[in-house]
Design a protein around this ligand. Structure first.
Ligand SMILES: NC(=O)c1ccc[n+]([C@@H]2O[C@H](COP(=O)([O-])OP(=O)(O)OC[C@H]3O[C@@H](n4cnc5c(N)ncnc54)[C@H](OP(=O)(O)O)[C@@H]3O)[C@@H](O)[C@H]2O)c1
Ligand SMILES: [Zn+2]
Length: 383
């Protein structure tokens, strides 16, 4: 029997953050009553967004505070979903650190199937509370949103709509997992210090701290809807796979060697434009590495490097005989905050490459594209 290659993992879902807020950035007031920010017209827009999503997520705090149903209300939109072969309602998703979830909440008794993500420690509590009302999925020692998204992807979710609250919006944004934000701004102030805001304080990634792209505005009565595109630096996107394909093509240009890997590398700016590219032994230098060749084409103090991504078909080296500074160190020194690699270095020439660990320890985001690992490896199959 021939062995089937393992199916390559799906990309993590597209994440849309959706919220309504006051002019002073609050998504509720400080009272126990739910603050009405939206209008019927705006709720219809949200209904359409839900109908276009495979899953809708809110935090347990929102379930506790508002007891929402999270339905697609329009029968036409539901019929359209069914006609497209989708479930009538999107999957409903919540997350809880404590597992303290009330089985009487409307969330469990209306609309589509329900999934709860909790850290391992809270699984028992959540399952005891909910019984058959929802599937409870552990995410490991902590509530890791990447694990949550990977699990949703394995369920066929490619579009996730996140509808709050404050803690959950902050979690997804600070993890670099958000692709898009839609904010409905209501024309009044709340003015209460204790009232929750759209997001809390947090270590937002650079891609959300610099000016994002305003992709659209809409007027719905007295509500202004603002749409932003965010670069999701914490996950691999379709664009990342395209750049990695280019890096794999570059690795095919390497002069052959029996004693060194053939690697391709591309550096791409925050605006999605290529800054430089390189490949191993480029220009006839038998010792030059791909990342080093690409970096050498840019001034060391090029400010675009601080928002760039470097794609390398192989994990950047952490030790090398031919040069004083390995590629992981060169990337760190250049200030590149995001590193995407296709393949981990096997212990052929240097035992235990720890390039990824070094870069992560220096604060960079390091991601892998298992989807292209086989292609990157195949270029080196003679070694
Ligand atoms: N205007 C709007 O568009 C809008 C939309 C939604 C909500 N809201 C408002 O937002 C407020 C609720 O916000 P919130 O921040 O309190 O609640 P939330 O973000 O909905 O949920 C927070 C809860 O989610 C769980 N959680 C989140 N991150 C976690 C992590 N990293 N690890 C473990 N558990 C985690 C915890 O559940 P456990 O407590 O179970 O551990 C936490 O208490 C309400 O006032 C609501 O009205 C407004
Ligand atoms: Zn190297």
């Amino acid at each position: 029997m021939t062995e089937q290659p393992a199916p390559s993992p799906a990309l993590l879902p597209h994440v849309l953050l959706s919220a309504a807020m006051s002019l002073d950035g609050h998504i509720d007031d400080a009272t126990a009553e739910r603050l009405v920010l939206s209008t019927p017209e705006d709720l219809d827009r949200v209904d359409q967004l839900r109908a276009e999503s495979d899953a809708i997520l809110v935090g347990a705090g929102t379930l506790r505070a508002d007891n929402p149903r999270l339905l697609v209300n329009s029968p036409e939109r539901r019929a359209e979903r069914t006609a497209r072969g989708l479930p009538e309602y999107p999957l409903k998703v919540t997350l809880s650190g404590s597992g303290e979830l009330d089985p009487d909440w409307r969330f469990w008794h209306t609309g589509g199937a329900r999934v709860v993500y909790t850290p391992d420690t809270a699984v028992g509590t959540a399952r005891r509370r909910l019984g058959a009302l929802a599937e409870v999925v552990p995410t490991g020692p902590s509530l890791d949103p990447v694990t949550l998204l990977a699990d949703l992807a394995s369920r066929g979710v490619s579009r996730l709509m996140v509808e709050g609250g404050s803690t959950v919006h902050t979690l997804f944004l600070t993890s670099g997992l958000v692709d898009e934000i839609q904010l409905a701004v209501a024309p009044f102030f709340v003015g209460e210090a204790e009232a929750p805001r759209f997001t809390g304080p947090g270590a937002f990634p650079q891609s959300a701290r610099r000016r994002m792209t305003l992709t659209g505005t809409q007027t719905l009565g007295d509500i202004a809807v603002l749409r932003y595109a965010v670069q999701p630096t914490g996950k691999v996107t379709a664009a990342d796979l395209e750049w990695m394909r280019l890096a794999v093509d570059l690795s095919r240009q390497c002069p052959p060697s029996e004693t060194a890997f053939s690697v391709g590398a591309v550096i791409v700016g925050a605006d999605g434009r290529e800054l430089a590219r390189g490949y191993s032994r480029e220009g006839g230098d038998p010792t030059v590495h791909a990342e080093e060749a690409a970096l050498a084409k840019l001034p060391a103090d090029d400010p675009r490097l601080r928002g760039a991504t470097i794609y390398s078909t192989l994990e950047p080296c952490s030790r090398r005989a031919s040069r004083p500074r390995p590629c992981a160190e060169l990337i760190r020194a250049a200030g590149i905050p995001r590193v995407v690699m296709a393949w981990r270095e096997p212990a052929l020439f240097v035992a235990d490459c720890v390039g990824a660990e070094l870069l992560e320890a220096a604060g960079a985001t390091v991601l892998e594209t298992p989807q292209l690992a086989e292609e990157a490896r195949a270029v080196n199959s003679h070694l």
